[in-house]
Design a protein around this ligand. Structure first.
Ligand code: ZN
Length: 570
């Protein structure tokens, strides 16, 4: 080679080295958080495993080995030693009710009580501590846990709290139990008609018993003094804090009233949303829906709030025997459930929402409710050729297998709650019988059909802890290890599938797949840090793992006090 050419090559190499140095300097100056010494499961096929993550602003800028990423640190960079902890893309719950969780955190908690007498005692104790005449609200009763499993009536509540209204909501929020004073306050008599989408339970003589199903709950709930905006914001704030504590970096709230939507917006403006909220309008329950859809959609408002979805409901729930089925309930002959929203109205609202650029997420639980919801989507999608609309079906709880090919063909996302299978297993199959029961909580069928799956809890119906849902999906067992062989073990997911359903799944369901759901450069620095590696533990221990930290956009939304050494502290 002539020497002039050799000199030229040397010069080019020197220039390249200098350029590389400059770009490293540039990164070094702007990387402001470096996490090292972790076990990082990225869910990024290009680099599935790492030990370190570099963050600049709210984004991930580097994923790799400790030395490689630590080289990006400068004098002001915060360094966090993860000490071997397990890091996942931020877990997201695809179906929550934040206000209800807030209310549950401040209300009388009736979950797990095994008799009417136990509940009445709890009500009596609470009543003694409240000012005279004030409403006593409780949440979480479940007659399936009681001897006889019968719906209650007003008498035990009237007996222990005769001077004040008492209103106790069922664990699934689809039935309410009132005492006589609450019914009097609401003006309920034998002449009060059942509202659309609900039922006032009556005795043989036609007298209301104190039990209100579906939309009939509103007859009692609406006479309670309204909560002000400040109170609603406080309840939402309480719930969001709890979500961050259990490792959630985002939630999909299904669904918000107009007033709650304003509260969320104000919280976002004040910088008081610790995690990301993907909001749905509540398209049922009395508020006129059409004006809600006049409002413009919001995406990443203040880096925290997206609001581009309408939540609809076709039927009730299985627990309260309101889910719509083609055939009678196996344990309630003559009953096939009821419509919360009439099929024609569901079709009209689905189409209207698509026209306005809204995503539609429809609650459908019984096989007939699901089938009619698919009809509504099919017609609306044909009428509005709107491109990428990502329609969602919420719960998809008891499906006919042949309908899953329609779910797939229509491009629907299945938003399901793995923990329902294990919190309801003791009675769910009795509702529908063995044959229909094969299609209950059919997670495996959904994945096998190629349908995108986004997982959630329906909190506060089930635990807000996403590890409880992941455990359910993987084992088919409740927290006590029942049933021993796992409930319908053929529907279980692998751990990797379950983790995707709490990360990449919700990201896709929220149009966020380019910024959420994996740990990779360019993605949001939304991370869930656990004390132990999920992959190396016996599955029974998954729900007991401690959350060490929750990071949202590179900031700590929650941190277990003693978890980390970091420098410098800021
Ligand atoms: Zn729900």
């Amino acid at each position: 080679m002539p020497s002039a050419a050799r000199v030229a090559i040397v010069l080019v190499l020197a220039a390249a080295t200098a350029l590389a140095e400059v770009s490293r300097q540039g990164s070094r100056e702007s990387a402001d958080l470096v996490l090292t010494n972790g076990r990082v499961m990225t869910l990024d096929p290009a680099r599935p495993e790492a030990t370190a993550i570099g963050v600049r602003g709210d984004r991930i800028v580097a994923v790799g080995g400790d030395r490689e990423v630590d080289a990006l640190a400068g004098p002001t960079t915060q360094r966090v030693d993860l000490a071997g902890r397990f890091v996942l893309p931020g877990l997201v719950d695809s179906h929550v009710h934040l206000r209800s969780l807030g209310e549950q955190l401040v209300s009388l908690d009736l979950r797990g009580l095994t008799s009417v007498e136990a509940i009445a005692r709890r009500v009596a104790d609470t009543a003694a501590s409240l000012p005279p005449g004030e409403w006593l609200n409780g949440i979480g009763w479940d007659q399936n846990l009681w001897p006889g499993k019968q719906y209650p009536d007003q008498r035990p509540l009237t007996a222990v709290a005769p001077e004040r209204p008492v209103w106790l909501q069922r664990i699934d929020w689809y039935a309410g139990w009132a005492n006589r004073q609450a019914m009097q306050a609401a003006g309920i008599t034998r002449d009060t008609p059942d509202p659309q989408g609900g039922r006032i339970v009556r005795d043989a003589s036609g007298e209301p018993t104190g039990l209100f199903l579906g939309e009939a709950m509103g007859l009692v709930a609406r006479v309670q003094p309204a909560l002000g905006r400040a109170r609603i914001k406080a309840l939402l704030g309480r719930a969001l804090k709890r979500c961050a504590e259990v490792g959630l970096t985002g939630v999909h709230d299904a669904a918000a009233t107009a007033e709650e939507a304003v509260a969320f917006r104000e919280l976002a403006e004040a910088g008081e949303l610790p995690i990301r909220v993907y909001l749905m309008w509540k398209g049922y329950g009395g508020e006129p829906v059409d004006p809600l859809l006049e409002q413009p959609t919001l995406v990443d408002y203040k880096d925290r709030l997206t609001h581009r979805t309408l939540k609809l409901i076709i039927d009730g729930t299985m627990g309260s025997r309101g889910a719509l089925f083609f055939e009678d309930y196996a344990d309630d002959p003559g009953n096939r459930g009821f419509f919360v929203t009439a099929a024609a109205e569901l079709r009209r609202l689905t189409e209207l929402a698509l026209r306005r650029g809204y995503q539609v997420a429809t609650h459908a639980i019984g096989d007939r409710g699901i089938s009619l919801t698919l009809d509504a989507f099919e017609q609306a999608l044909a009428a509005v050729p709107a491109g990428d609309t990502r329609p969602r079906i919420e719960h998809l709880q008891c499906v006919r297998r042949e309908d899953l090919s329609r779910v797939k063909r229509l491009g629907l996302i299945a938003s399901m709650q793995p923990s329902h299978a294990t919190s309801e297993w003791a009675w769910s199959e009795a509702r529908v019988g063995r044959e229909r029961g094969r299609g209950l909580y059919a997670l495996r069928w959904v994945l096998d059909a190629g349908i995108p799956l986004a997982a959630g809890s329906d909190l506060p119906v089930d635990s807000e802890n996403p590890l409880v849902g992941i455990h359910s999906a993987v084992t088919g067992q409740d927290l006590d290890g029942r049933p021993e062989a796992g409930w319908h073990p053929e529907q279980r997911l692998s751990l990797a599938e379950a983790l995707r359903a709490y990360t990449a799944g919700p990201a896709f369901a929220a149009f966020e797949q380019d910024r959420k759901g994996r740990i990779a450069p360019g993605f949001w620095a939304d991370l869930t840090v656990l004390s132990r590696d999920l992959r190396t533990l016996p599955p029974a221990e998954i729900p007991r793992i401690q959350v060490s930290a929750t990071l949202v956009g590179g900031r700590f939304a929650y941190e277990d006090g003693a978890a980390f050494t970091r420098s410098p502290r800021r």
